[in-house]
Design a protein around this ligand. Sequence first.
Ligand code: SF4
Length: 376
Amino acid sequence: MTTRVGVALTRNGVDEAVHQAMAMADCDGCIGLAAKVLVKPNLHGGDGFTSMEVIKAVVHWASRMGASQIVVGDGPYYGMDDAFPYFERIGLVRLCDEMKVSLVSFHDSDYDEIVPNLEALPQTLGITKWVRWADAVVSVPVMKTHFNTLTTLAMKNLKGFLRPRDKRDLHSRDLHLALAAIGWLVRPTVNIIDGFVAYEGMGPSNATPVDMGVVVASQSTFHADVVANWLMGFDPATVRYLREAEKLGCGTLPRSDDDVAALTGCSLRHLQRLRRQFQHPYEAAERAYPNLRISAELACSGCLMNLFTALRDLAGEGLAERLTGTVAIGKAPEAVDLALGNCTCACWGDTEHLVGCPPLIPQIAEALRKLAQNPA
Ligand code: SF4
């Protein structure tokens, strides 16, 4: 495995950019002739998923490298049992039909149980059987900010391989440590980060699209994330899951901008032209809902997505500024005005709370409306 990272612009077409980034990152030899290839985008269940253009280009690339069978698959967030209506809605069913490749939801198949022997992870983990099936795994995350981890890129995309209860379990642990441990344990053959359209602000599911126009490829999950974080305007050395991954031996964090450029083989000047400061998720939330504090450090995507969809609905009703107080999802570490989801119930018995795992969007919207009408 090399640590080389390819960065290519999509302005001449996504297909060309994917081929170029893969070649720059020495990935072209990674797919053997007649290989069975699993393509794993980020299809978490909400908006801000890997673009169809990039999935198509990755499938083209794998075919051109000699793949004999290609399966596209992911396991959406904990709580979404049937992924196919979502796959249909985002156009993936049609795309896979057109490309004549299979589409699977990991939740519909078995998981191989492993014992990771890592303190940051549960005693056992279920990894989708499609990883064992494949001769090569191509992970295709999308470039995006995230409420819990600042960014969600190649390392976070690995969580999609896990069985639903493990995904939920990770959110009751130190998620940064857990991501680092999974990054050390699960190693896709190739990672290609979709920054064709990236997302900033309130990720993972209510972020704002950004025409970033890049793709980032590497055999190394860690180094792909180092470069992508840097392109998003964040110093990789301050991103905690990368620091934890460095401690585990996934790679060495760059000490300077020149070190980042060296990973790519591009000049620093060229990379600086591509770099853009992404909006921080908490700052974006503060701007949109100035009187509301959200405590979400230990929540998983199910609650995050439903809360932010409900918040967006309330903003559409002109209630954003009237929302006052503290709302918690996940295991809130402090007293709050409104607690959402089964996880919070165990923490604050007397607080106004809404059960569900996750609670439904209309119920959350109703509870928020009450909060707007009777501010804490
Ligand atoms: S209640 Fe919410 S945060 Fe807790 S496990 Fe369910 S979806 Fe995740």
